[in-house]
Design a binder for this molecule. Structure first.
Ligand SMILES: *Cc1c(COP(=O)(O)O)cnc(C)c1O
Length: 400
């Protein structure tokens, strides 16, 4: 057996099979490239579902982490620490909001938003106790906790996990009329991804997000934008909502906020919303820890320059122009996305998404399929034009 085969067999034997990884075993990584235990190199065109927007081993982020490792890494929120205030202030400023509630994983940020919206509904909006409802979109992906999968429409993510948390109404994504119908006096929030990532990088029709903004404002409902995957530069803007000039009431951030180093997530909103919490009403042992804040602060500093957003725009235009040339000519039936983020639909007659991903793996390119025959492409924003072009050559060879 090769080292790869041995390590995969051992992982299969000793870990739950809740993932089905591609058959390579990564040993190290730098920038947009990963190296496996056999010494083979691969171009990472998934970037940890946008957790690696700034690439593997980004020197600024690794430096920030190393400096903090030597000072203090964890205090719990029982005590103040000297990285906390600056992280919260700078992140709030990046978002144009007043307050931050830091957590660790994306799912925890979503859970925190559900709690925030319900509490806001009872304390501020005046919804009768126990009646608060939250409207979400079909085919959403917001994480894996029991409450979050309660409003998933993906049978794989949801089956066998009941009884489910009540209080959610599901409407088709991109359909303003359906959303208008679903909102009642008991609605406290509309929770949406401004681009649905897991569903296949679905961009809503023009006017949808601004329509959601107008409707939620009119009905005194919080607009909660889950920008955990779409935010922090991926689409060419700091937030995907910006493409429609929309400012939601609440931003949910995660993935890239931890710079690919540590899990860092956050709920960001104004005092009128996040001000509902009192001591003891919510928390997390690791949320807002010194290491997380040090790395998150560096991420915010990197985004303040606009350089990564600019790269995502320029390289994204190139990526989409090249991918669109494949539509109708090869095995590709459609391409969607924004910035350095694309969903490529492959004609199922030419194989499943998994089979396409394996062919690309053989050519040294790492991507991930989603929902049957869609391939998701989201390289680190630090990828060079030359490397992107090399990746596109491999895509053309497999999909052309
Ligand atoms: C990844 C993701 C989450 C969940 O984040 P975890 O860190 O995996 O819990 C939530 N929402 C969106 C849009 C995501 O892409």
């Amino acid at each position: 057996m090769t080292a790869t085969e041995e390590l995969i067999a051992s992982a299969e034997a000793h870990s739950a099979h809740n993932y089905h990884p591609l058959p390579l075993v990564v040993a190290s990584a730098q920038g947009a490239w990963m190296t496996d235990v056999e010494g083979r190199r691969y171009l990472d065109m998934l970037a940890g579902y946008s957790a690696l927007n700034f690439g593997h081993g980004n020197p600024r982020l690794i430096d920030a982490a190393k400096r903090q490792l030597d000072r203090v890494t964890l205090t719990s929120r029982a005590f103040h620490h000297d990285r906390f205030a600056e992280f919260c202030a700078r992140l709030a400023e990046l978002c144009g909001k007043e307050m931050v509630l830091p957590m660790n994983t994306g799912a925890e940020a979503v859970e925190t938003a559900v709690k925030t919206a319900r509490k806001w509904g009872y304390r501020v909006k005046g919804v009768p106790d126990g009646r608060a409802r939250i409207v979400v979109a079909r085919d959403n992906f917001h994480g894996r906790t029991t409450t979050v999968v309660s409003f998933s429409t993906d049978p794989e993510a949801r089956a066998d996990y009941g009884p489910y948390t009540p209080g959610f109404d599901i409407v088709p994504y991109g359909d303003l009329a359906a959303l208008r119908e679903a909102v009642t006096d008991d609605t406290v929030a509309v929770l949406l991804e401004p681009i649905q990532g897991e569903a296949g990088v679905l961009v809503p029709p023009p006017g949808y997000l601004s329509g959601v903004r107008e409707l939620t404002r009119d009905r005194n409902v919080l607009f909660v934008a889950d920008e955990i995957q779409s935010g922090l530069g991926r689409t060419g803007r700091t937030f995907a909502c910006e493409h429609e000039g929309v400012v939601p009431d609440v931003y949910l951030l995660g993935k890239a906020l931890g710079g690919g180093v540590v899990p860092v997530s956050a709920v960001v909103a104004d005092t009128g919303v996040l001000g509902v919490f009192r001591p003891g009403e919510h928390g997390s042992t690791f949320g807002g820890n010194p290491l997380a804040c040090a790395v998150g602060l560096e991420v915010v500093a990197m985004l303040e320059s606009g350089e990564f957003q600019q790269r995502a725009t320029e390289l994204g235009d190139h990526l989409h122009a090249e991918l669109n040339l494949l539509v109708g000519t090869g095995k590709v039936t459609g391409v969607r996305g924004r910035g350095l983020w694309a969903g490529v639909d492959v004609d199922p007659a030419h194989g499943t998404g998994r089979e396409i991903s394996e062919k690309l793996l053989d050519r040294g390119v790492l991507v991930k399929d989603t929902h049957g025959s869609t391939i998701r492409i989201a390289p680190p924003l630090v990828i060079s034009k030359e490397d992107l072009d090399w990746g596109l050559d491999q895509l053309r060879a497999v999909l052309g």
